[in-house]
Design a protein around this ligand. Structure first.
Ligand code: ADP
Length: 185
Protein backbone atom coordinates (compact mmCIF):
# COMPACT_ATOMS: atom_id res chain seq x y z
CA UNK A 1 0.00 0.00 0.00
CA UNK A 2 1.33 3.48 -0.87
CA UNK A 3 2.24 5.51 2.24
CA UNK A 4 -0.12 8.13 3.64
CA UNK A 5 1.78 10.27 6.10
CA UNK A 6 0.34 12.89 8.45
CA UNK A 7 2.68 15.65 9.68
CA UNK A 8 1.74 16.92 13.13
CA UNK A 9 3.23 19.86 14.98
CA UNK A 10 2.54 23.41 16.10
CA UNK A 11 2.53 26.40 13.75
CA UNK A 12 6.13 27.27 12.93
CA UNK A 13 7.40 23.75 13.58
CA UNK A 14 8.68 23.48 10.01
CA UNK A 15 6.02 21.13 8.63
CA UNK A 16 6.04 22.88 5.25
CA UNK A 17 9.83 22.66 4.97
CA UNK A 18 9.82 18.98 5.84
CA UNK A 19 6.93 18.33 3.47
CA UNK A 20 9.04 19.80 0.62
CA UNK A 21 11.97 17.56 1.53
CA UNK A 22 9.86 14.45 1.72
CA UNK A 23 8.34 15.31 -1.61
CA UNK A 24 11.81 15.50 -3.17
CA UNK A 25 13.27 12.50 -1.36
CA UNK A 26 10.37 10.07 -1.19
CA UNK A 27 8.09 11.30 -3.96
CA UNK A 28 5.11 11.72 -1.65
CA UNK A 29 2.58 14.28 -2.84
CA UNK A 30 2.28 17.08 -0.27
CA UNK A 31 -1.17 18.37 0.57
CA UNK A 32 -1.27 21.47 2.76
CA UNK A 33 -4.70 22.69 3.81
CA UNK A 34 -3.14 26.03 4.79
CA UNK A 35 -1.79 26.47 1.23
CA UNK A 36 -5.09 25.32 -0.29
CA UNK A 37 -6.98 27.85 1.83
CA UNK A 38 -4.57 30.68 1.02
CA UNK A 39 -4.94 29.88 -2.69
CA UNK A 40 -8.73 29.80 -2.38
CA UNK A 41 -8.60 33.17 -0.68
CA UNK A 42 -6.33 34.68 -3.32
CA UNK A 43 -8.67 33.39 -6.03
CA UNK A 44 -11.67 34.69 -4.08
CA UNK A 45 -13.56 31.43 -4.35
CA UNK A 46 -16.55 30.78 -2.11
CA UNK A 47 -14.36 28.63 0.17
CA UNK A 48 -11.70 31.36 0.31
CA UNK A 49 -14.20 34.06 1.21
CA UNK A 50 -15.75 31.96 3.95
CA UNK A 51 -12.42 30.78 5.39
CA UNK A 52 -10.80 34.21 5.51
CA UNK A 53 -12.19 35.54 8.78
CA UNK A 54 -11.18 32.40 10.69
CA UNK A 55 -7.67 32.41 9.26
CA UNK A 56 -7.10 36.06 10.14
CA UNK A 57 -8.12 35.41 13.74
CA UNK A 58 -5.85 32.36 14.00
CA UNK A 59 -8.89 30.11 14.49
CA UNK A 60 -9.60 26.87 12.68
CA UNK A 61 -11.77 27.00 9.62
CA UNK A 62 -14.92 24.91 10.32
CA UNK A 63 -14.52 21.22 9.51
CA UNK A 64 -17.32 21.19 6.95
CA UNK A 65 -15.53 23.80 4.84
CA UNK A 66 -12.42 21.62 4.69
CA UNK A 67 -14.11 18.21 4.31
CA UNK A 68 -15.10 18.52 0.68
CA UNK A 69 -11.72 19.90 -0.38
CA UNK A 70 -10.00 16.96 1.24
CA UNK A 71 -12.35 14.39 -0.28
CA UNK A 72 -11.71 15.85 -3.75
CA UNK A 73 -7.95 15.86 -3.18
CA UNK A 74 -7.95 12.23 -2.03
CA UNK A 75 -9.98 11.25 -5.08
CA UNK A 76 -7.48 13.05 -7.35
CA UNK A 77 -4.59 11.27 -5.65
CA UNK A 78 -6.07 7.80 -5.82
CA UNK A 79 -3.29 5.25 -5.34
CA UNK A 80 -0.56 7.89 -4.94
CA UNK A 81 1.57 8.36 -1.79
CA UNK A 82 0.26 11.39 0.14
CA UNK A 83 1.74 13.65 2.78
CA UNK A 84 -0.75 15.73 4.77
CA UNK A 85 0.59 19.00 6.19
CA UNK A 86 -1.74 20.86 8.53
CA UNK A 87 -4.52 18.28 8.27
CA UNK A 88 -6.08 16.72 10.25
CA UNK A 89 -6.14 19.34 12.99
CA UNK A 90 -9.00 18.04 15.15
CA UNK A 91 -10.16 14.60 16.23
CA UNK A 92 -13.27 15.09 14.05
CA UNK A 93 -11.03 15.76 11.03
CA UNK A 94 -8.92 12.70 11.83
CA UNK A 95 -12.07 10.55 11.94
CA UNK A 96 -13.28 12.10 8.67
CA UNK A 97 -9.91 11.45 7.05
CA UNK A 98 -9.94 7.84 8.22
CA UNK A 99 -13.43 7.35 6.73
CA UNK A 100 -12.57 9.04 3.43
CA UNK A 101 -9.47 6.87 3.07
CA UNK A 102 -11.24 3.70 4.09
CA UNK A 103 -13.81 4.28 1.36
CA UNK A 104 -10.87 3.94 -1.04
CA UNK A 105 -9.27 0.98 0.76
CA UNK A 106 -6.53 3.18 2.10
CA UNK A 107 -5.38 4.28 5.56
CA UNK A 108 -2.89 6.57 7.30
CA UNK A 109 0.41 4.65 7.52
CA UNK A 110 2.34 7.03 9.83
CA UNK A 111 1.86 10.26 11.81
CA UNK A 112 5.09 12.19 12.39
CA UNK A 113 5.08 14.72 15.23
CA UNK A 114 7.56 17.55 14.77
CA UNK A 115 7.90 18.56 18.36
CA UNK A 116 8.86 22.18 19.08
CA UNK A 117 8.33 24.12 22.33
CA UNK A 118 6.12 27.24 22.23
CA UNK A 119 8.94 29.71 22.91
CA UNK A 120 10.94 28.43 19.91
CA UNK A 121 7.84 28.63 17.69
CA UNK A 122 7.09 32.21 18.71
CA UNK A 123 10.68 33.27 18.08
CA UNK A 124 10.81 31.57 14.68
CA UNK A 125 7.57 33.04 13.39
CA UNK A 126 8.47 36.56 14.52
CA UNK A 127 11.79 36.18 12.66
CA UNK A 128 10.57 34.66 9.39
CA UNK A 129 8.96 37.81 8.01
CA UNK A 130 6.80 36.12 5.39
CA UNK A 131 4.29 38.92 5.83
CA UNK A 132 1.46 36.54 6.59
CA UNK A 133 -1.46 38.36 8.14
CA UNK A 134 -1.73 35.65 10.81
CA UNK A 135 1.94 35.98 11.85
CA UNK A 136 1.24 38.97 14.13
CA UNK A 137 2.25 38.14 17.73
CA UNK A 138 -1.29 38.07 19.16
CA UNK A 139 -2.51 35.86 16.31
CA UNK A 140 0.45 33.51 16.75
CA UNK A 141 -0.49 33.18 20.41
CA UNK A 142 -4.05 32.31 19.40
CA UNK A 143 -2.83 29.74 16.83
CA UNK A 144 -0.73 28.12 19.56
CA UNK A 145 -3.68 28.03 21.96
CA UNK A 146 -5.82 26.44 19.25
CA UNK A 147 -3.05 23.93 18.51
CA UNK A 148 -2.81 22.83 22.14
CA UNK A 149 -6.57 22.62 22.57
CA UNK A 150 -7.71 21.12 19.25
CA UNK A 151 -4.74 19.44 17.57
CA UNK A 152 -2.60 18.09 20.40
CA UNK A 153 -5.17 15.36 21.21
CA UNK A 154 -4.18 13.83 17.86
CA UNK A 155 -0.83 12.81 19.38
CA UNK A 156 -2.64 10.34 21.64
CA UNK A 157 -5.07 9.48 18.82
CA UNK A 158 -2.31 8.27 16.50
CA UNK A 159 -0.23 6.85 19.34
CA UNK A 160 -3.14 4.58 20.33
CA UNK A 161 -3.24 3.38 16.74
CA UNK A 162 0.53 2.71 16.87
CA UNK A 163 1.17 5.15 14.04
CA UNK A 164 2.94 7.94 15.96
CA UNK A 165 6.61 8.82 15.38
CA UNK A 166 8.25 11.68 17.28
CA UNK A 167 10.98 13.96 16.01
CA UNK A 168 12.82 16.77 17.81
CA UNK A 169 11.85 19.77 15.71
CA UNK A 170 13.97 22.32 17.57
CA UNK A 171 17.06 21.31 15.56
CA UNK A 172 18.04 22.77 12.20
CA UNK A 173 16.05 21.68 9.15
CA UNK A 174 18.66 19.16 7.91
CA UNK A 175 18.84 17.39 11.26
CA UNK A 176 15.03 17.29 11.48
CA UNK A 177 14.83 15.89 7.95
CA UNK A 178 17.33 13.14 8.82
CA UNK A 179 15.27 12.17 11.89
CA UNK A 180 12.03 12.18 9.93
CA UNK A 181 13.56 9.92 7.28
CA UNK A 182 14.90 7.56 9.96
CA UNK A 183 11.47 7.40 11.60
CA UNK A 184 9.80 6.55 8.33
CA UNK A 185 12.14 3.70 7.44
P1 ADP B 1 0.24 26.97 10.65
O1 ADP B 1 0.43 25.48 10.77
O2 ADP B 1 1.54 27.71 10.69
O3 ADP B 1 -0.77 27.53 11.60
P2 ADP B 1 -1.23 26.66 8.14
O4 ADP B 1 -0.78 27.23 6.84
O5 ADP B 1 -1.22 25.18 8.28
O6 ADP B 1 -0.30 27.36 9.22
O7 ADP B 1 -2.71 27.20 8.47
C1 ADP B 1 -3.06 28.55 8.43
C2 ADP B 1 -4.51 28.74 8.83
O8 ADP B 1 -5.36 28.04 7.90
C3 ADP B 1 -4.91 28.17 10.20
O9 ADP B 1 -4.65 29.07 11.24
C4 ADP B 1 -6.40 27.90 10.01
O10 ADP B 1 -7.15 29.08 10.10
C5 ADP B 1 -6.46 27.43 8.57
N1 ADP B 1 -6.35 25.95 8.45
C6 ADP B 1 -5.35 25.26 7.82
N2 ADP B 1 -5.56 23.95 7.88
C7 ADP B 1 -6.74 23.77 8.54
C8 ADP B 1 -7.50 22.65 8.93
N3 ADP B 1 -7.09 21.40 8.66
N4 ADP B 1 -8.65 22.86 9.60
C9 ADP B 1 -9.07 24.10 9.90
N5 ADP B 1 -8.40 25.20 9.58
C10 ADP B 1 -7.24 25.06 8.91
Amino acid sequence: MEPIIVLLGPPGSGKGTQAERLHEELGVVPLSTGDLLREARAEETDLGRRASEYMDRGDLVPDELIAETIRDAIADLDGKPILFDGYPRTVAQADALGDALEARDRAVTAAVLIDVPDDVVTERISGRGEGREDDRPETVRERLRVYHRETEPLIAYYDERELLRRVDGAQDADAVAAEVRAQLE
